[in-house]
Design a binder for this molecule. Structure first.
Ligand SMILES: [Zn+2]
Length: 502
């Protein structure tokens, strides 16, 4: 009689969840338990938890030689997520639970010594994959909300090992995973709370509509941070696929999973003291960093020149490629990082260069050094740089009620984004390649010649030239204009203040 059981589970690799076969074999010999298949220490600890959980549930722990193989062997396996499938495997091999449902089910969950199921990280990617494989998924009750997000799959939840055993023996049912709590908007500050700053608000709208990277430059206290924090409220909602990708990263990062954030682009604003690892990800078991947590959303870097040069340099590649590869020892992990960069900086170290009320005390060489920190390759990847000046007192007295709300702006932004997605084969304007620009820009020759003359006069780079064209395409899209007109082009050039000499 075979004393072999095979139970399906899933590992975590980047934001993927590859299938793992947990094979349990019982044989004669000295009683003992060995687990093979590239294990981290946490899986070894799983032995003790599984043994205690089985005994404390008044089930029998086989007094035989138990060999457990987690395959494929070359996959990294970490965490307590394999406790439940290992326990089920031991109970199935020793005929304490039926094998009937094992081929069509996947299991994930950590066990307490008493046999209770504890939540684990990264259940959402697992639920996506098990639904694709047409298997049901059994998860700890506390992971139910995540599993339930995958409407195409069947997910069951359990509080403890005994409930799972009763279900496998078809003596009791398990509840379906359910989304607890309503899906609703979290509180996002409204654009109408920002007085004045019409040009900066307009720039924010254009950036949101075309997914352009944007840098605000202005003295302290002019509302740069306040404006940036309103970006999330005017961005188009995520598609289901984008929402899933974004939620999968929250899920594996263990940063908590909030159902209220579903469909709302993430907004992350790491402090300027953040390390390169915190920003791009890393660690011995690679974890996603801020750039991946802001995937499909916004990465806001306030006080941009205060970030270390090294940190700013590591940002360049993911801005271009939309992903980050982290190499640690023998393994590599890839995380998506398609974020929109929003940044803010003072015009000079003291902050008051160009201010009408206070005068700047910085030496020219100091200003140059300060700006040099963000210039060059990073600045080249920022589409728009916009001055945010101090608001005149009379504007401060203006009435909030006349300001547009985030909802109004979001409606225009979403419409404009939809125009781009249809025309550009599913890409916002900022992500068009040079070849695609030729195809989709639609700009009369005479305007191109005008731009070329300006570029020559200001000695702008080829990158700047292309970025101006993409911004003007977005401005034309906001007006539902098929062609890029001269006024669109001129407005786009006005959002390149750092191209002008100090
Ligand atoms: Zn200064």
């Amino acid at each position: 009689m075979s004393k072999l059981a095979i139970v399906y589970s899933r590992a975590q690799d980047g934001i993927d969840a590859p299938l793992v076969r947990v094979e349990v074999h019982l044989s004669r010999g000295l009683p003992g338990l060995s687990i093979v298949g590239l294990l981290e220490t946490t899986v070894k600890e799983s032995k003790d938890r599984v043994r205690a959980a089985i005994i404390n549930c008044n089930l029998e722990f086989p007094k035989q030689r138990i060999t457990i193989n987690l395959s494929p062997a070359d996959l990294p396996k970490e965490g307590g997520r394999f406790d439940l499938p290992i326990a089920i495997g031991i109970l199935a091999a020793s005929k304490q639970v039926s094998h009937d449902r094992l081929t069509e089910t996947e299991f994930i969950g950590e066990l307490s010594l008493g046999g209770d199921l504890r939540s684990v990280k990264g259940v959402l990617p697992v639920a996506i994959k098990s639904a694709e494989s047409n298997r049901a998924l059994v998860v700890p009750h506390d992971n139910g909300t995540e599993a339930a997000l995958i409407s195409s799959g069947i997910s069951k939840t359990a509080n403890n090992l005994l409930q799972v055993c009763a279900w496998l023996n078809q003596m009791d049912s398990l509840p379906d995973a359910e989304t607890t709590g309503e899906i609703q908007m979290p509180h996002i500050s409204d654009l109408s709370e920002v007085k004045g700053q019409l040009q900066a608000k307009r720039a924010l709208e254009i950036a949101a509509a075309g997914s352009h990277n944007l840098l605000f430059i202005g003295p302290p206290g002019t509302g740069k941070t306040m404006l940036a924090s309103r970006m999330q409220g005017i961005m188009p909602p995520l598609t289901e696929q984008q929402a899933l990708e974004s939620a999968a990263i929250s899920s594996i990062s263990g940063k908590g999973f909030n159902i209220k954030d579903w469909f709302i682009p993430p907004f992350r604003s790491p402090h300027h003291t953040a390390s390169a690892v915190a920003l791009v990800g890393g660690g011995s078991n690679p974890k996603p960093g801020e750039i991946s947590l802001s995937h499909q959303g916004i990465l806001f870097l306030d006080e941009l020149p205060e970030f270390s040069r090294h940190v700013l340099e590591v940002l360049r590649e993911p801005i271009e490629s939309g992903k980050i590869t982290i190499s640690r020892a023998a393994r590599q992990a890839e995380f998506p990082a398609k974020f929109q960069l929003l940044a803010a900086m003072n015009p000079c170290p003291c902050g008051f260069l160009g201010d009408k009320e206070r005068s700047c005390t910085c030496a020219l060489s100091l200003i140059e050094r300060y700006r040099a920190k963000v210039s060059g390759p990073l600045l080249d990847r920022i589409d728009m740089h916009v001055e945010v000046a101090r608001i005149p007192y009379k504007e401060l007295r203006s009435n909030y009620a006349t300001n547009e709300s985030s909802m109004d702006v979001k409606r225009r932004v979403t419409e404009t984004r939809n125009i781009q997605m249809t025309r550009n084969n599913g890409k916002p304007n900022a992500q068009l390649s040079n070849k695609e620009m030729d195809q989709f820009l639609n700009i009369p020759e005479v305007h191109l010649i005008m731009l070329e003359n300006i570029v020559e006069k200001l000695k702008l780079s080829a990158r700047a030239y292309h970025r101006i064209l993409k911004i003007s395409r977005t401005i034309a899209d906001l007006e539902k204009s098929h062609q890029i007109e001269k006024k669109h082009l001129l407005e786009a050039i006005s959002y390149r203040c750092l191209d002008r000499v100090i």
